[in-house]
Design a protein around this ligand. Structure first.
Ligand SMILES: *[C@@H]1O[C@H](CO)[C@@H](O)[C@H](O)[C@H]1NC(C)=O
Ligand SMILES: *[C@@H]1O[C@H](CO)[C@@H](O)[C@H](O)[C@H]1NC(C)=O
Ligand SMILES: *[C@@H]1O[C@H](CO)[C@@H](O)[C@H](O)[C@H]1NC(C)=O
Length: 263
């Protein structure tokens, strides 16, 4: 009582508040994805709360100037969906724009340092457009709109370890002949690669043969959504994002965004 009064008088009350260990929350992560989408639809980077001491912008696997990147142009967003990883304090947002100067299908991972979701330390974007592998934003939109991304009931959620394993096995299929069969494919699994649709997913998979690894792997894992997104360099060369959703222990959806010009 006495101490409190003294501190009040000297204006030092703030010092008596203990510093709580920062916790990364789902709400904080999703709020940051909203701010990112708002910035994108207005083309105004200045509206984002970027860390002043530790911020990196990466577009298509290259560190670059955010003011010269995709966020500096306003795009109308037809569909967006986000997932949240409270352990890595990162989020994943996918958005599709079919109209405007250029159509886009974009995968963005946002990272926060020290569990502080009020400040963004990294925006990591893989942006596919006209000419990229199987690119057709309208077709992609049609497939993705039909997907069911409801939160998975607590007792049915895949573990973080399983999601990481599935994500890694998927990317290992090109170099490891055994990887494809280690993945728990669902019977009604749908794969949307660019705009190319395959059902079931387990059909026509790579079974080794490549000497080039899928490297630079960056993950966002969300047990509540049963999802893992991994951004990487496809066969050591092309910017790529693969998102996999696991429902009832089996792979339900695969969505890929690949920046690769054919021919
Ligand atoms: C960040 O938050 C997560 C989830 O609440 C927690 O597991 C982790 O220990 C926190 N890390 C730090 C550096 O505070
Ligand atoms: C993103 O999607 C949510 C939910 O579907 C929607 O309410 C929101 O308006 C969308 N944001 C943008 C920028 O389109
Ligand atoms: C800077 O941000 C990255 C994430 O983008 C984080 O891994 C790293 O720990 C941060 N560094 C500091 C000094 O906060």
């Amino acid at each position: 009582m006495f101490l409190d009064a003294v501190l009040r008088i000297t204006g030092l009350l703030v010092l008596t508040v203990p510093t709580l260990a920062a916790e990364c929350t789902r709400e904080g992560l999703l709020a940051a994805t909203e701010s990112y989408l708002t910035a994108q639809t207005s083309g105004k980077v200045s509206n984002l709360k970027l860390s002043s001491s530790n911020f990196t912008y990466r577009q298509n696997n290259v560190v670059s100037d955010i003011t010269k990147g995709l966020l500096s142009t306003a795009y109308k967003v037809d569909l967006n969906r986000s997932t949240a990883d409270t352990v890595a304090c990162a989020s994943y947002t996918m958005w599709i724009s079919t109209s405007g100067s250029k159509p886009y299908v974009v995968s963005t991972q946002i990272r926060h340092a020290n569990n502080d979701t009020s400040s963004i330390s990294m925006i990591d974007t893989v942006a596919a457009s006209t000419g990229d592998l199987f690119f057709d934003a309208k077709k992609t939109l049609g497939y993705i709109q039909k997907e069911d991304w409801k939160i998975i009931p607590a007792e049915q959620r895949p573990s973080r370890e399983l999601l990481k394993k599935v994500g890694d096995a998927y990317l290992d299929m090109w170099t490891d002949a055994k990887a494809a069969d280690s993945i728990p494919w669902g019977t009604e699994c749908e794969r949307v690669e660019g705009s190319q649709y395959t059902n079931p997913c387990g059909k026509t998979l790579p079974r080794g043969g490549s000497s080039k690894n899928n490297g630079m792997r960056r993950y966002v894992i969300d047990e509540e959504m049963g999802s893992v997104d991994c951004q990487f360099d496809s066969l050591g060369a092309w910017p790529d994002s693969h998102e996999v959703r696991v429902v009832a222990g089996k792979v339900k959806y695969v969505h890929t965004v690949t920046v690769m010009k054919l021919g």
